[in-house]
Design a protein. Structure first.
Length: 287
């Protein structure tokens, strides 16, 4: 017969407070739920470390690059020239508008998705590019090419001069914005777009026209703005996607519409010319 105070029961009984103290406290997930201020401070610290440790090394290395490699980098950096995505995007939007006159029905929704994709890409490049240009002219950081012995932390706020408009890199911002927008819209080619955009963005410090920290800041800015625009457009019912068949169809329909409009314009011009001749030369017969 076992008594209430036997040693066996004492070994098996555990007080609640002892159980609580024995269990290890869970480690908080510090990576989740960070405030925007915390993320901004972390990014600023990371860019400062890059500026101190990496920027001078990359600048010195860029000055020793082979001219052939520099030429290839100059070609790659053109992807970050906002005139290309904006110009091509607006041209394709015009083609879609003309195609819809020839193809009023879009049962698959492919033309609508293509239109939304182009609007997404144009908005991402335009908005991020404007913000980058405003920021770098306000901040006024000197470019590595401004002077031979310029320091990595030389600033002249509101200088409003190209040589004092380095941070963030505008080319890196727009190249990343365009690449991320196209990668999100065309997941099958995402790695290709991101690779092209990354090379274009990182070509800036190796051309010695920006610091590495300028390029990295531009890449962050372009990504953040693009994701914000995507979220806003999805909330308004936009869907993204590029189908080669739909693109070819819209281009063919646009060319046909342009041809028809050109024919109508030529006919109207000929009619106006005949009316002018009859009025200016009443007794003259048409040839």
């Amino acid at each position: 017969m076992k008594h209430a105070g036997s040693g066996e029961e004492l070994l098996t009984q555990v007080r609640p407070e002892e159980a609580t103290s024995a269990a290890p406290a869970p480690v908080p997930n510090l990576a989740a739920g960070q405030s925007r201020l915390s993320l901004a401070i972390s990014l600023a610290c990371a860019l400062f470390l890059v500026a101190v440790a990496v920027d001078p090394v990359v600048r010195d290395y860029a000055r020793s690059l082979d001219p052939t490699l520099v030429g290839a980098l100059r070609l790659a950096t053109e992807f970050g020239n906002s005139a290309w995505p904006l110009g091509i995007g607006l041209l394709l939007l015009a083609c879609i508008a003309l195609a819809r006159r020839r193809i009023p029905d879009d049962p698959s929704g492919s033309l609508a998705q293509l239109r939304s994709t182009l609007m997404f890409m144009i908005a991402s490049v335009a908005v991020s590019g404007i913000l980058a240009n405003l920021a770098k002219n306000v901040i006024g950081r000197a470019r590595p090419s401004a002077m031979p012995d310029i320091g990595v932390l030389e600033f002249s706020p509101l200088a409003l001069m190209p040589s004092w408009a380095a941070f963030p890199s505008g080319h890196a911002t727009t190249a990343t914005a365009c690449a991320v927008a196209l990668a999100l819209s065309c997941p099958r080619y995402a790695w290709a777009w991101l690779s092209v955009g990354g090379i274009a963005a990182l070509s800036r410090p190796f051309l010695a026209v920006h610091w590495m920290s300028d390029a990295l800041a531009g890449m962050v800015l372009g990504t953040v703005i693009t994701l914000a625009i995507r979220k806003a457009m999805l909330a308004r019912g936009h869907r993204f996607g590029v189908e080669p068949g739909a693109l070819a169809q819209s281009l063919a329909a646009a060319l046909a519409e342009i041809g028809g409009l050109a024919g109508k314009g030529l006919g109207l011009g000929q009619s106006a010319l005949r009316a002018f001749r009859r009025k200016a030369f009443p007794g003259r017969t048409e040839d």
